[in-house]
Structures are given as structure tokens and as C-alpha cells.
Write a protein that binds this ligand. Structure first.
Ligand SMILES: Cc1ncc(COP(=O)(O)O)c(C=O)c1O
Length: 399
């Protein structure tokens, strides 16, 4: 008869699981529960009004006309017509790419994960903006790499600080950057800095991971080419999550051949191929210039929400608080006076009925931060006004 032996499976977990702290989603949920009608500025996602649902449904129905083609294993690198479309479309962003150098992935998150697997081993370092995308911090930590943050100003990463960090970080292999409408800071790096960044990476033989989910969502200002347009060695990450829908999980990576080969090998081990139904659905959706028109509508729609948020901040924020004025993307970054911490305002704002991400979550060193990230994309204008009014009151209460 078999005996029941009690086991402690957590003793058997890999060290890398230690990087997963408490879930931010649990924290968000408990903060939302502090008010009966909270205004939520946390979503880095498209507005429900901007999801092309009917078009997606029609496109999906079309896929089933060739069901046997779509239901087998295959398309390991991504469906060729979709990769060809991406290569052509990237010319709008001044990027010269071919289908052979593109691999589609389950969102750009998976592409970042694959690239991290290819480049990073325990003890390596990734240099990134501080603040930066918290999903990327978690991915790099999963591969037991450290993430070193570089100071930024209203134009993104400071190049003298980047150079200093490179010189002080002999174990650095990668610069991870979101130069265009950064998450969370909303900054758009000027061309001269982009040129300098590419130059520094070349000089020190560092890979550049350029994450560009928001490049198409520009509402004002000058259009600045991505890093990948300046240097074809840059590894470039794109996604349909922000301009179509994140639930589809279709993103892609553009990489030089030696990297593309390794990425494909990684994919074959990880999940064999992308969801072939969804790749075709996305492909049929974007045909006949649909995406161009849809992006135009998105720009008008989100521009109004951005303007509503900036106007409300102007009205409601007390002296001593500053904020970014983004030309694109989904985020406004609020900087509080030094004596107010991001976690303090996270708690107090929730009591007042407004929930947003504390800045500390975006700091690779998780140090004291005095900032919060507000996303305007999913919040209607009247709710933006209400939420910012509440935030102003919350900040004044702790000042
Ligand atoms: C900078 C950045 N990179 C990557 C992603 C992930 O996008 P995807 O849905 O394509 O995985 C996001 C989404 O929030 C993001 O802001």
C-alpha cells in the first residue's frame, strides 16, 4: 500500500523563481476595492471603443476556409504573408527589413523573453532607462541578469549617464530601450541621442533591444526614426497589441541573421509555432489598408484623451507636482515632491477613488521613487477629469 508522504515542493523551486515578488495585480485589486467607484488609470491597453471587433470576426471566419492549412504544426518563424506585410509596413517607420529577418511571437513579451534567452546568462547585466517597462525587468531577472537603470530627463535616457554606466558595468551585454513614447515616462528620445546610443553600443559591442509598441500612436510633434532605422544590428520588437488588440498575442521581432537563427531555434523549443489561426486573422484584418485607417482613428481618439488628461492636470495639480507631456503612447508620468513616495500616494489615492501604478514598480533597483504612471487610453474624458480631481485632492492631503 502506498504511503502518503508530505513534501515541500517550494524547496524544489529554481532560484530564478525568487524574482517573482507579490503580484502587482493583487495589489491593484486590493487598492480598487478601497472605493465604490474607482477611476482606474492602470491599463496600458487600447480603449474598448478602438477594438476592431467586427473586422476581426469577419477575418477570423475567412481563416476557416483554409482550416487544414491553419490547423497543422508549421509556420515556425511566423506565417510568411504576415511577415512580408510587416516588412513592407516597417518602411513607414524607415526600417529596412525582409521577411527572413522577422519572426512573429506571442506578443512582444514573448519576443523579449526569447531574446533574453539567447543573450543572457546568470550574472550578465542589461542597461535600461530608469524608469522602464516592468514586464521587461521581470523577464531579464528571470534569466538571473541584473538590470541597471540609467537616469533620464524629459527627452529620455541621458547619454553621458549611459556612457558612464557602460564603463562601470563590464558584465553588460544589452541595452534595453523604449525610445519612442516610453513606458512609463512617455518620453520621445531626440535623434541626436538615438545616434549617440547606437554609436556607444557599437563602440562597446553591446546588443540593443529596441522595444517599440507605441511608435504608430503619435498625436503631435516631430516624427523621429527608430534606432533600427539607424543601425541594422538593432534587435527591434513590435506588436499588434496596442493598435489592434492585446488579447490576440501577436507581436514580432526583427533581428540580424545570426540572431534571427538563434531566436527561431529558441521558439522551436519553447512553443513550436505561433497560434496559426490568430496570425491569419491578423493578416486578413490588416489588408486593404485597413490598419492605416484604423491607426488614424486611434490617433484622433487617444489625442483627445491625452489632451483631456493634460488639461485636468493643469487645473488640479498643486504646486510642486510636475508631469510629462507625451507626443504619443498611452502614459503621463507624474513627479511628486521628494517627501511623498509613490507607494504613499498609491495608498492615499485609492482611498480617494483613483488607482494608478506607483513609480517604484518601474525602477529596476526598486528604490524610493516619487512618481506615478497614469494611463489615459482606456478612460473616458469625463472620468479622466473626475480621476485627476480626486488625485489632486489626494496629493494635497499628504503635502
Ligand atoms: C514597452 C512595452 N513593451 C512590451 C509590451 C508588451 O506588449 P505585448 O502585448 O505585445 O506583449 C508592453 C505592453 O504594455 C509595453 O508597454
Amino acid at each position: 500500500m502506498s504511503q502518503v508522504v508530505s513534501r515541500t515542493l517550494s524547496d524544489r523551486f529554481a532560484d530564478r523563481t525568487n524574482v517573482f515578488g507579490s503580484s502587482i495585480w493583487t495589489d491593484i485589486l486590493t487598492h480598487k476595492e478601497k472605493h465604490t467607484d474607482p477611476v482606474y488609470f492602470g491599463d496600458g491597453a487600447p480603449a474598448p471603443e478602438m477594438l476592431p471587433i467586427r473586422r476581426l470576426a469577419q477575418s477570423n471566419a475567412h481563416v476557416w476556409e483554409d482550416a487544414t492549412g491553419a490547423l497543422a504544426y508549421g509556420d515556425q518563424q511566423g506565417w510568411l504573408p504576415l511577415r512580408e506585410w510587416i516588412a513592407t509596413n516597417l518602411q513607414n517607420r524607415s526600417i529596412d527589413a525582409t521577411a527572413a529577418n522577422i519572426m512573429t511571437t506571442a506578443g512582444s513579451t514573448q519576443a523579449l523573453d526569447f531574446a533574453a534567452r539567447v543573450f543572457l546568462q546568470p550574472g550578465d547585466a542589461v542597461i535600461a532607462e530608469n524608469p522602464t517597462f516592468l514586464g521587461a525587468i521581470d523577464i531579464f531577472h528571470t534569466y538571473e541578469a541584473e538590470v541597471i537603470g540609467v537616469e533620464c530627463d524629459a527627452d529620455g535616457m541621458l547619454m553621458d549617464k549611459l556612457e558612464e554606466t557602460i564603463l562601470n558595468t563590464p558584465n553588460a551585454k544589452v541595452i534595453y530601450t523604449i525610445p519612442t513614447f516610453q513606458n512609463p515616462a512617455g518620453t520621445n528620445m531626440p535623434l541626436e541621442r538615438r545616434q549617440r546610443l547606437v554609436e556607444l553600443a557599437r563602440e562597446h559591442n553591446l546588443a540593443i533591444f529596441e522595444d517599440d509598441p507605441y511608435g504608430d500612436l503619435q498625436y503631435s510633434g516631430e516624427v523621429i526614426p527608430p534606432l533600427r532605422a539607424l543601425d541594422d544590428q538593432v534587435i527591434y520588437f513590435g506588436t499588434f497589441s496596442k493598435v489592434i488588440a492585446p488579447g490576440l498575442r501577436v507581436g514580432y521581432v526583427v533581428a540580424p541573421t545570426e540572431v534571427a537563427v538563434k531566436l527561431l531555434a529558441t521558439r522551436e523549443v519553447a512553443d513550436v509555432n505561433n497560434d496559426r489561426i490568430t496570425m491569419r486573422t491578423v493578416y486578413h484584418t490588416i489588408q486593404d489598408d485597413f490598419l492605416t485607417g484604423h491607426i488614424e482613428e486611434c490617433r484622433d481618439f487617444y489625442r483627445s484623451r491625452r489632451d483631456a488628461m493634460l488639461a485636468a492636470l493643469e487645473r488640479e495639480m498643486p504646486e510642486g507636482v510636475s508631469w510629462s507631456r507625451p507626443d504619443g503612447g498611452f502614459f503621463v508620468w507624474i513627479t511628486l515632491p521628494d517627501h511623498i513616495t509613490s507607494e504613499q500616494i498609491f495608498d492615499v489615492a485609492a482611498e480617494y477613488g483613483v488607482v494608478a501604478f506607483p513609480g517604484k514598480w518601474f525602477d529596476p533597483q526598486k528604490q524610493h521613487a516619487h512618481s506615478i504612471r497614469l494611463s489615459f487610453s482606456t478612460v473616458p474624458e469625463d472620468r479622466i477629469a473626475l480621476g485627476i480631481e480626486r488625485l489632486g485632492a489626494a496629493i494635497r492631503s499628504v503635502m
